[in-house]
Ligand binder design. Structure first.
Ligand code: CP
Ligand code: NVA
Length: 293
């Protein structure tokens, strides 16, 4: 089994992974060893920079008794033109699973088709399901098992996985994006299979009654050439105190204070961004145990 999109899990499997993540979090807090992956190795392939994904997966493997190998694209033959499929074959001969951060989601599909071991998405242009696990664990902790969550801003990789994952987990989802940066119809259809999903272009309407408000950067990795165009298109979608109201504030990080969110909001009392970042560790451990154990 691979974990390339959040709905590679069924809603029941998703709930079970979140239960496991909560249990692993408690075990760590209680100092109880949890070495389900002793002797196992995770190959971690990165085509783009990362702080949280890289460190949470590597530390997670260590805490589970296993080991992680960091492979920057230009440190291996992939950077000199070895095909993705051949890279996958080689990694699968040594490692028990592969986690990859890639530019194109197609490369993840190629890795999954050729590795012969589970492949985990560490972010692609289309999806960031590992982040969504941490986001849903955070929502459980701060909102509870049901409620209304809002996505504001770019309908990007993090947003697409959150839209589907939040609906799978039983939350009502309200989203507002600029018209020219909206969610793909296919993403909205996938999310709507699981629950109430309302996408539009009005941030005030989308945040009305929300228990949590989530945003991400306006210029994702790879979108830098469109920076000026994007900054002007997204003006009006900044999360400030008035838009947030008394909701919890969520962001996958890294953030750009003054662009998608004010410093007062992200550094303010309703922000749960560091809880989300911590929960990456527990959620990543849970999905690794699910796929590799
Ligand atoms: N949220 C997230 O994936 O962060 P990194 O880019 O630091 O891994
Ligand atoms: N949407 C951002 C998320 C980074 C974790 C990007 O793709 O750059």
């Amino acid at each position: 089994m691979h974990f390339l999109t959040i709905d590679d899990l069924t809603p029941e499997e998703l709930a079970s992974v979140l239960d496991d993540a909560a249990a692993l979090k408690q075990a760590q807090a209680d100092g109880i060893p949890h070495t389900a992956l002793a002797g196992r190795t995770l190959a971690m392939l990165f085509e783009k920079p990362s702080t949280r994904t890289r460190v949470s997966f590597e530390v997670g493997m260590t805490q589970l008794g296993g080991h992680a190998v960091f492979l920057g694209k230009d440190d291996i033959q992939l950077g000199r033109g070895e095909p993705v499929a051949d890279t996958a074959c080689a990694l699968g001969l040594y490692a028990d699973a592969v986690m990859a951060r890639v530019g194109s989601h197609d490369d993840l599909e190629t890795l999954a088709a050729n590795a012969g071991v589970p492949v985990v998405n560490g972010l692609s242009d289309a999806a960031h399901p590992a982040q969504t696990l941490a986001d849903l664990l955070t929502l459980r902790e701060v909102v509870g098992d049901s409620g209304t969550v809002a996505w504001i801003g770019d309908a990007n990789n993090v947003g697409a996985s959150f839209l589907v994952g939040a609906a799978m987990a039983g939350y009502d989802v309200q989203a507002a994006t600029p018209a020219e940066y909206g969610f793909a119809a296919e993403t909205v259809e996938r999310a709507s299979e699981y629950g109430s999903v309302d996408v539009g272009h009005d941030p005030e309407a989308a945040t009305a009654g929300a228990d949590a408000v989530y945003t991400d950067v306006w210029v994702s990795m790879g979108d830098e050439a469109e920076r000026e165009k994007r900054l002007s298109a997204f003006e009006g979608f900044r999360v400030d105190d008035a838009l947030l109201g008394d909701a919890a504030f969520m962001h996958c990080l890294p953030a750009h204070r003054g662009e998608e969110v004010t410093a007062g909001v992200i550094d303010g009392p309703n922000s749960v961004v560091w809880r989300q970042a911590e929960n990456r560790l527990h959620a990543q451990k849970a999905v690794l145990v699910e796929l590799v154990d």
